[in-house]
Design a binder for this molecule. Structure first.
Ligand code: NAG
Length: 528
């Protein structure tokens, strides 16, 4: 009697201990994750910030180095802000700085910004304190964009390395994973080609891809290695060696919106990851949208470029075209007033973009082609007029034109005629709205949401100790072997040798036959 009750109590106690252990492991089961995202353009942090917040919400300990501290961080989220947040790139570019910038300028800007952020980050006391601390991390997450100088964080903390690409893959992001980047159908970022190129476009795309990769490998990485050695000493591995250890890359593209392309298992598309449920928007905007019976055109050049810097004639071209429309216009405009503002145009320095684009009365979006805003428009089925200005915006614009959801308006050609023609097409030709609805449906149809996908694969890398089994052998082949140039060379040589052999044999046969003929003739003439 006593024995059974003692046993019962013991059993209960054991069960309770087991339960405690289960609960404990699930609490301490979280990983320690360091995010290093020092690039100062806000649009880049939108994606990384979303992932880091989500990881913290799901119980991981997250430390984030960025210029954008969280206003309401989740419980396990700690910011290390290395630079005065007012020095970030928000509403700081004017149109004459960026309008029509092409490859060489773009590369130069990327390079200089990269060097600047590397130096600013590593010379920050807070970052140095972290590097000297005895904190431990399971994972380090960095952006793959314009510099590799942040890879040593993973080396320093002996952690697995995960990359994030806040744009469609940069041309230099592929090789470290052995990810296919054939220029025959994958257009380089800055060209504005689609995946269906003419012969001359393929030729240009091939040359540009090679040139851009050489520039990155020999100029960008040379500088990154210099900076890394300056702060980590001479013994640190090269950034190329560290890049080759990257386990996973989360990329902000989607096959339904951009060009479908083959991806190795270590490269995972999570396009649209920053999309949220629309919240209630401020009353002034909601009322304006509700009351626009003919619909609304939303106009914004994003968080970086000031649309109040349009040259006078271009602004006039828009205003004149707008003043003849039955629709009303919401224009993100960075100064207090707009000269010659028509009565159907409302301006504001900040607008609740996601909420506006989700409103059923919005008929078109005039945009510079930034990835975040255009993905939001595509997600809510809003056709676009894209005025690409720099970077990946040409590529984005061409993807959307190809899908039939956008018209491209070139910055240099903006006048009343081109603006009116673009507006007429998008507002009056039904195909744009139809295609936009179709793309929206395709974007939303997925087995796992982008944010769940990103968290799943990030945890997967931590769980499987860097998941080296994701690595494709193509990553370790020299380029001429990957492209089978050595095999083709041998085959070509074989074909040539075979040709020569056949020729020699034919000659011998032929001359043998001739000799025979000649001797036959001689015999004949003798006998006759
Ligand atoms: C706008 O319209 C929606 C749907 O009819 C309604 O729920 C909302 O209250 C309206 N908002 C304003 C500010 O008028």
């Amino acid at each position: 009697m006593l024995g059974t009750s003692v046993m019962e109590v013991t059993n209960k106690l054991l069960a309770a201990i087991a339960l405690c252990l289960v609960v404990r492991t699930s609490v301490t089961g979280g990983y320690r994750i360091l995010g290093v995202f020092p690039h100062t353009a806000k649009s880049h942090f939108i994606m990384s910030g979303t992932i880091m917040r989500e990881l913290a919400t799901r119980g991981h300990e997250v430390v984030v180095i960025s210029p954008f501290p969280e206003k309401n961080p989740p419980k396990n989220y700690r910011d290390i802000t290395y630079v005065d947040p007012s020095n970030t790139i928000v509403d700081s570019f004017t149109l004459d700085m960026v309008g029509g910038a092409r490859i060489v300028e773009t590369l130069y800007v990327l390079y200089s910004l990269g060097v600047e952020t590397c130096e600013a980050t590593y010379s920050s006391q807070k970052v140095q304190e972290l590097l000297k601390s005895d904190e431990k991390f399971d994972l380090v997450m960095v952006e793959i964009f314009n510099t590799e100088c942040f890879l040593p964080f993973a080396h320093r903390f002996n952690a697995s390395l995960v990359g994030i690409s806040s744009s469609v893959l940069m041309p230099w992001a592929n090789e470290r994973f052995g990810n296919p980047d054939d220029p025959s159908y994958i257009p380089v970022h800055f060209t504005g080609y689609t995946d269906r190129m003419t012969f001359s476009e393929r030729l240009a795309n091939t040359l540009i891809l090679s040139a851009v990769k050489v520039a990155y490998d020999y100029v960008f990485n040379y500088k990154a290695n210099q900076i890394v050695r300056k702060y980590f000493g001479e013994m640190v591995p090269t950034v190329e060696e560290m890049a080759s250890k990257m386990s996973l890359l989360l990329v902000n593209s989607h096959f339904a919106l951009h060009q479908p392309r083959p991806l190795v298992p270590a490269v995972v598309e999570v396009g649209g990851i920053h999309m949220k449920e629309p919240k209630a928007m401020p009353k002034e905007f909601e009322q304006f949208l509700n009351e626009s019976e003919h619909g609304v055109i939303y106009f914004s050049l994003g968080s970086t470029v000031r649309s109040d810097s349009f040259p006078e004639p271009m602004r006039q071209a828009f205003l004149e075209a707008f003043s003849h429309l039955p629709q009303r216009v919401l224009w993100k405009w960075e100064s207090g007033s707009m000269p010659g503002q028509p009565s159907n145009v409302k301006i504001a320095k900040w607008m609740p973009q996601l909420e506006i684009l989700s409103h059923p009365n919005v008929k078109a979006f005039i945009t510079h082609g930034g990835l975040m805003g255009t993905m939001e428009a595509a997600y809510f089925g809003v056709p676009m007029i894209v005025i690409p200005l720099f970077g990946d915006q040409y590529l984005n614009a061409q993807s959307y034109v190809q899908k039939g959801i956008a018209v491209q308006l070139d910055y240099g050609t903006i006048d009343k005629k081109t603006v009116s023609a673009a507006l007429r097409a998008v507002l009056q030709e039904p195909s744009y709205a139809e295609n936009a609805r179709r793309v929206s449906k395709a974007l939303r149809d997925a087995p796992l949401s982008p944010v769940d996908t990103a968290v799943y694969w990030t945890e997967y890398v931590a769980k499987h100790g860097g998941a080296p089994h994701l690595r494709c052998a193509a990553a370790d082949l020299p380029w001429y072997q990957l492209k089978l140039l050595d095999v083709f060379a041998v085959l070509l040589l074989g074909a040539v040798l075979l040709g020569l052999l056949i020729r020699a044999a034919a000659r011998r046969l032929f001359s043998g036959a001739k000799r025979q003929e000649a001797s036959n003739k001689g015999r004949k003439s003798k006998t006759s």
